[in-house]
Design a protein around this ligand. Structure first.
Ligand code: ATP
Ligand code: FE
Length: 356
């Protein structure tokens, strides 16, 4: 099976071709990602209208590039897969419309893929993750523990009750006048910082279950920053590094402890070969990765963390999600709707017509 995937749900425009022959490891023949960071830089966040226009302008080019890198024509594909949600509706629509056009033009099956399923199935693209496995999906818009039992079978064990960690990283960067996206810049600053200097909260650790909260962390960080600003009239380089390191340590501690609880719950299902996988942009963070790796080892579980490029938004994961769906017999048609919301544990089929 050879599938072209399109992704345009947030601020990355992406196209990729993935091939999978039964019994062999999947092959990423091409994976093109055009970011929009520069376009949104002046606004301190992603502006939906700007994102939608940029997707419309760049999608065609990304598809052309992905096909030419793969050395394939449309007629050599088996299906077109596209992110049909959740995400910023203008961008998702741009992708879905182009995918419909390509599928109709080339007479190929069309498959709408849930963006979160794309992230959650990535360990099966990069590693031999067999069902069931435990997944921590941790990104700019999401944070949840999922029990992945099948291509279309996800059970949510818990997650954030407010902000996603990626959002918290981005807001932290904004508060400290660091460039966006915040994750990589906060991580870079944190390398020279003292994670113990500021005692930031670890919310909800005293409560049972896997739910998390990250919005209080941002408020606490703001308070520490303002204390320093008041005292010194500015932020010293070391202060900023220490704030970043302390923030990162707090996020990492919460994710690690809640992973312990999720693993304990998952282990009661007594899987033979326990697998704990991470995905989503925040899992690119090395401090967080190694904390999760340690927790995983405590349970004797295999820890799977895809390469960084496949952790953040990309279209290879959408092409792969399409391949899995195709194998499961799923096909969409020209009535495929773009959905701003699409919770994973109801991911079987985009509901037609409602857009909700
Ligand atoms: P979603 O997938 O939930 O719709 P998204 O598309 O914004 O959200 P991703 O592209 O998966 O998410 O991840 C982007 C987020 O990951 C951003 O918030 C970014 O700051 C964060 N991120 C990227 N690299 C790192 C890093 N090294 N450390 C921490 N966070 C990071
Ligand atoms: Fe994403």
């Amino acid at each position: 099976l050879t599938v072209l995937g399109l992704e345009s749900s947030c601020d990355d425009t992406a196209a990729a071709v993935v091939r999978h022959r039964e019994g062999e490891a999947p092959e990423i023949l091409s994976s093109v990602v055009a970011g929009q960071t520069a376009l949104h830089a002046d606004f301190g966040g992603v502006v939906p209208e700007i994102a939608a226009r940029a997707h419309t302008e760049k999608l065609d080019l990304c598809v052309e590039e992905a096909l030419s890198e793969a050395g394939l024509g449309l007629d050599e594909l088996d299906a077109i897969a596209v992110t049909a949600g959740p995400g910023l509706i203008g961008g998702v629509l741009a992708g879905v419309m182009l995918a419909k056009g390509l599928a109709a033009g080339a007479g190929l099956p069309l498959i709408g893929v849930n963006h979160l399923a794309g992230h959650a199935l990535t360990p099966r693209l990069t590693d031999e993750a067999t069902f069931p496995y435990l997944m921590l999906l941790v990104s700019g818009g999401h944070c949840q523990f999922l029990l992945v039992k099948g291509t279309d079978d996800f059970t949510r064990l818990g997650g954030t009750i407010d902000d996603a960690p990626g959002e918290a990283f981005d807001k932290t960067a904004k508060l400290l006048a660091l460039p966006q996206p915040g994750g990589p810049s906060v991580e870079a600053e944190a390398r020279n910082g003292d994670p113990r200097r500021f005692a930031l909260p670890r919310p909800l650790l005293d409560r049972p279950g896997c739910d998390m909260s990250f919005s209080g962390l941002k408020t606490a960080l703001l308070r520490e920053r303002d204390k320093l600003l008041e005292r010194d009239g500015g932020l010293h380089v070391q202060d900023r590094a220490d704030l970043c390191a302390s923030f990162q340590a707090a996020v990492s501690d919460v994710l690690a402890e809640k992973s312990r609880r999720a693993l304990a719950e998952y282990m009661t299902l007594s899987p033979v070969r326990p697998i704990f996988a991470v995905a989503g942009g925040v899992s690119a963070n090395m401090t967080i990765r190694s904390a999760l790796d340690t927790v995983s080892a405590e349970f004797g579980a295999t820890f799977l963390a895809p390469p960084l490029k496949l952790c953040t938004d990309n279209a290879a994961m959408i092409a792969w999600g399409g391949i899995e769906a195709f194998r499961a017999g799923r096909r969409d048609d020209m009535t495929l709707q773009a959905r701003p919301r699409w919770p994973l544990d109801q991911s079987a089929q985009p509901m037609l017509g409602s857009g909700k």
